[in-house]
Structures are given as C-alpha cells and as structure tokens.
Design a protein around this ligand. Structure first.
Ligand code: FAD
Ligand code: NAD
Length: 530
C-alpha cells in the first residue's frame, strides 16, 4: 500500500500555495516555453543590448526603462533587462510590468521567492545599482582613502569612450579572513583575468579588463598567511580574493597604497619595444624549476612551480617574459606557456595542483638566453612576468573553421588554442594545423598531434618540411600560395573562420601577405608577434 501523507498537499504555507494564491498563470504563445527561453539564452544573442558590458545603474536611469520593449527591473541590487523575457514569463507581461523601471525585490519575494532568477535572467543582466553613498558608516579613515568608488578622473578616456564603467573594489573582514572584492562590471571575466601576488607585506592584484589593467597594490596593515583563494562570479563580473589573517584581530584599514594603486592602466601595445628591454612596468615573481624533458633534439618541456602566494593563469594566446640575471646583467625574453600535453592521458598521474607553468623552449647553442636557461638545475629559479598579448577569446565564439599556420616553436600558442577550441567551442566543425619545420626531427609533439587527429575527427594536421631527407614523402617547401590555397578550404561556403599564424617574423609576414592575396579578410586572421 502506498504511504499517502494525511496532510493536505500542497502544505498550507508551501511555496506552491503561495504561488497559486498569489498569481495566476497566463497561456504562453507557441515557441515561448521555458525550454525555448533557455535555448534563446544559450544562443549567444545579446539580450541586454549592451554587448556584454555591465554598467552601474543610477535610480534615474532605472526609472527611464519602464516600457514593455525597454523594461529594466532591479532585484537585490542587480538590474535586469526583462524585455526579451516578457513573452516567456508564465505570470504574463502585466505582472512583470508592475516592477518596470523600479526595484522589484519585494514583489519578487512575494511571488517568485523560490525561482532561481539569477540563473534564469543571467543573460539579461545589465549591471549593479550605483551606490548612493560611497562609504558605508563603518569605514575607517584609511579605508576611505583606499576604498570606495573609483574616482572618475582616473579612468582613462579610451575606456570611458568605449562605454565601459570603471571597475571598483571593496573589502570585508571576519575574525580570521579578509575578503577583497573587485567589481569589474564586465561579463567575460574568468580566473585567468586576475593575477594576484603577495610578496613580503605587499599585496598586488591586477585584473585584465579589455585592453586595460585595474590595479590594487597595497602594503598590508597586518600579516597574512602565504596562501589565499580566488573566486570569480562570472555572470556578474565579481572577483573575490580571500586572505587568511595571521592573527584574529580586527583590521582598521587594509593598508597603505603603493604606486598606481586603484588605477586603471591601458595595456601598452609594445610592438617590438621589448627588444629594448623596457620592462620596468612588468611585474615578476620567482618560479622554481621542477622538471626539464627532451621533446626533440633541441627543444625541451620546462615545468616551473609558481609560488603559493601567486595566482596566475596565462590566458590562451598570451605570452610572458622570462628573466634571468647572468653575471650581473638582466636578460629578458618572451615565451608562450603551453599545457603539459595535447592529450590528457599523456601525463599520468596529473600534478596535484594547477600552480605549474609549462614552456616548450628551443635551445639555440649560440643564443643569449636559452643556453643559460638550459644550464639551470632542478630547484633553481627564473622570474616570470605577467601575461602580455592581444588574442581575444571572443574570436572563438561560434567559430566553425579554425586554421593554424605554425613554424618551428611558433607552434607554442597553438597548443592551448587546440585544447581550448576542441573542448569549448561546440560550433567547431574543422581544425587544421599546417606545421612548417626544417626536418622530421624538428617536429614538436609529432606523435601527440597524430594521436589527436586520430582521436578527434574534427582535427587534421599536415607537416611541411623545408629541408627534408630523401625519405620524406610528405609536403615540402616554405609557406606559399599553392600550399595555402589547397589547405584553407572552409567546411561551408560562408563558415565563420579564424586563421592563426605564428613563427619567425619573415614567416608570419609572408603568411599574412599570402592570406591577403587569397582574399581572406583581416578580421579572420590573428598573427602572433611580440
Ligand atoms: P638569440 O640570442 O636571440 O639567438 C637566436 C638564434 O639566432 C641563435 O641561433 C643565434 O646564433 C642566432 N643569432 C643571434 N644573433 C644573430 C646575428 N646577429 N646574426 C645571425 N644569427 C644570429 N621560443 C621558444 O622556444 N618557445 C616559446 O614559447 C617562444 N615564445 C615566444 C613568444 C613571443 C611573443 C616571441 C616574440 C618569441 C618567442 N620565442 C619562443 C622566441 C624566444 O623569445 C627567443 O627569441 C628564443 O628563445 C631565442 O633566444 P636566445 O636569446 O637564446 O637566442
Ligand atoms: P626554424 O628556423 O626551425 O624554422 C621553422 C620553419 O619556419 C622553416 O622550416 C620554414 O618553413 C619557416 N621559416 C623559417 N624562416 C623563414 C623565412 N625567412 N621565410 C619563410 N619561412 C621561414 O624555426 P625556429 O628556430 O623554431 O623559430 C621559430 C620562430 O618563431 C622564432 O623566430 C621565434 O621567435 C618565433 N616565435 C614567435 C612566437 C610569437 O610571436 N608569439 C612564439 C613562438 C615562437
């Protein structure tokens, strides 16, 4: 026999009853079900009309958006553009319009308290309500100096002109923890957007927002433990850094500002300036050599351990600078971090945490830097800078064809691109790598590439040798129009394509010229340079 509860269902104060008493459902048009809404939110369509930006909304601004086709509602401090959602709302448009252009938190709590609106309306998020008073009453004097809304004058013109709101930060504490919160006001923020270092008593957090860096740089007022945690709430562009206090005392202030603290700095397009070693604005931390493995006769896979007091994940397509001091002189060269392999089962068991950074580096016996690097022993240190470069992850969105043209160690940026694209881009139909080398012995990770092509049918690799032995029966020569026109075949006539080119400067320049001759538009090409 079924054990049927004697109690009435729904229970007298259950949410189902609140729902049935508090609102009525309206019939939805065809194609406006919950599933249809979810499909729309995942389609990549810009539902806010702000192209992924998050803005700070004043009360006056909120009030202006009070019409069905332009309806903003504030719920618990976050503002949503609910116009695209109107026709999908089971309670009907009129119910949503009751909160149009205003704070709908109370209304929402009465009727939809249990609805996970943060997830339902994630793609409709416009931003946060602007704070009315910049400093809560418990702020100490120092906190006012360090904290609060970023002064408008410090926001660079370009950033404001592009329509971005300025980032800001705040901090909070419990007996044992200090949490620093950065409000980036951008949606495309990930764990690789923030670089945190704690060295001595200095705390430094650099957030990469578009082509700018937002810097928090403070001499902390009290001691903290070496390790900390970093969390990113992607849909609201919020970053939380949790520091552990050494002593359970209350901090009156976070600390004293250091150079460029609380400022938004445009990232320089260095071009070839790095050759002049203008690196005073780059920040370095010392990393320990963990292992060094031969990959080819002259190329090695280096693994370095980041300090526990650093959070650094180099975004795909970006490079860092490595620095060594040789007989009193600092030498700096750019290198592109890679993953430890192209296919996960190549490395068993995986290293216990992700605080490792890997590089594939070719050693030039007559070179300035690489022989010094090669002479380092396990346990020795090298300085690693913050990431540089300009590849935007948004270029991979909805991509259908990805073509990679790499020469020699120009393969290095392609490693993370391959891993990322094949795992994260569902629209991808074809990924093709044309890999130029002098001889067969120079090909980096050849068997991994062949295994990957075998495992993932979307991926193809073609090796082209400029100085092959007589046994080589594959493609030969340098980059040329004949090779490219045969190789760069789209999977569909008008497919969305991206072509990445990386190698020596003459190789890359020639590649770009040839792609231009073949009528590939500039916005489908990304070339890697320093
Ligand atoms: P160099 O001193 O620069 O010498 C290199 C070669 O040129 C040697 O064979 C040397 O004998 C020869 N040479 C030097 N000067 C002359 C001259 N005047 N005339 C003729 N020949 C000369 N490399 C990698 O291995 N892995 C990477 O991930 C990587 N990423 C990079 C990312 C970027 C953005 C850039 C721009 C470069 C990258 N490189 C990478 C290349 C790297 O930065 C160095 O250029 C490379 O390691 C050589 O450094 P080196 O000081 O040892 O050699
Ligand atoms: P390499 O000298 O062994 O040459 C590899 C292939 O590149 C050759 O087989 C040939 O097909 C092609 N190539 C070389 N010189 C060329 C030229 N003048 N014109 C046309 N094609 C040419 O390569 P390597 O020693 O491994 O050097 C790789 C280069 O890539 C370095 O210059 C390095 O600085 C550069 N690199 C740049 C980046 C970046 O910009 N992000 C990253 C990694 C490597």
């Amino acid at each position: 026999m079924l054990n049927v509860p004697s109690q009435a269902f729904p229970a007298p104060r259950s949410q189902q009853r609140v729902a049935s008493g508090g609102r009525s459902k309206v019939p939805l048009k065809q194609g406006r079900s919950l599933m249809d809404w979810i499909r729309l939110t995942k389609s990549g369509k810009d539902l806010t009309g702000l192209k992924g930006r998050l803005i700070e909304v004043t009360e006056e601004e909120l009030k202006k958006h009070n019409k069905k086709d332009d309806c903003w509602i504030c719920i618990r401090g976050f503002v949503y553009n609910v116009s695209p959602y109107m026709e999908y709302h089971p309670g009907g448009e009129d119910e949503l319009m009751r909160a149009a252009g205003s704070d709908g938190t109370d209304l929402f709590d009465q009727v939809h308290r249990w609805v996970n609106y943060e997830s339902m309306l994630k793609e409709c998020l416009v931003g946060r309500m602007a704070l009315k008073s910049p400093a809560p009453k418990d702020y100490c004097e120092e906190k006012k100096v360090l904290n609060g809304v970023f002064p408008q004058s410090q926001v660079t013109d370009t950033f404001a002109k592009e329509g971005h709101s300025s980032p800001s930060y705040d901090w909070f504490q419990t007996d044992s923890l200090v949490t620093i919160v950065i409000y980036t006001k951008q949606k495309d923020i990930g764990l690789d957007s923030i670089i945190v270092d704690h060295q001595g008593g200095s705390f430094r957090a650099e957030t990469i927002i578009q082509d700018h860096s937002f810097l928090i740089y403070i001499e902390l007022s009290h001691e903290i433990h070496e390790d900390f945690s970093v969390r990113v709430v992607e849909n609201v562009g919020k970053i939380e850094i949790v520091l552990k206090k050494k002593e359970n005392t209350s901090w009156k202030c976070l600390g004293h500002p250091r150079e460029n603290h609380n400022s938004l700095i445009p990232k320089k397009d260095r071009g070839f300036l790095w050759l002049q070693i203008l690196h005073s604005d780059l920040y370095y931390r010392k990393c320990q050599l963990i292992s060094k493995e031969d990959v080819t006769h002259d190329t090695k896979l280096f693994c370095w351990l980041l300090p526990p007091s650093t959070h650094l994940q180099v975004p795909i397509g970006r490079h860092v600078y490595l620095k060594l001091t040789v007989t009193g002189t600092e030498i700096v060269k750019p290198y592109t971090p890679v993953s430890d392999s192209l296919i996960s089962e190549f490395k068993e068991p995986p290293l216990p945490n992700n605080n490792y950074i890997y590089f594939l580096i070719k050693i030039y016996p007559a070179g300035l830097f690489t022989p010094e690097l090669d002479h380092l022993q396990i346990g020795n240190f090298v300085s690693v800078s913050n990431p540089e470069g300009n590849l935007k992850i948004s270029r991979f969105q909805e991509l259908e064809d990805l073509f990679l043209l790499a020469a020699g160690t120009g393969f290095t940026p392609m490693v993370k691109i391959l891993n990322y694209a094949l795992t994260n881009i569902p629209s991808l139909r074809k990924v093709k790598l044309m890999f130029f080398n002098k001889t067969e012995d120079d090909i980096i990770w050849r068997s991994q590439l062949e295994k990957l092509a075998f495992k993932d049918k979307r991926f193809e690799v073609e090796f082209v040798l400029s100085a092959p032995t007589s046994e080589w029966n594959g493609k030969q020569g340098h980059i040329s129009q004949a090779l490219l026109s045969e190789f760069l075949k789209r999977s569909l006539d008008k497919s969305k394509a991206l072509i990445c080119v990386c190698g020596s400067t003459p190789f890359t320049e020639q590649g770009i010229r040839l792609l231009d001759d073949l009528n590939f538009p500039k916005d489908e090409i990304h070339s890697f340079t320093a």
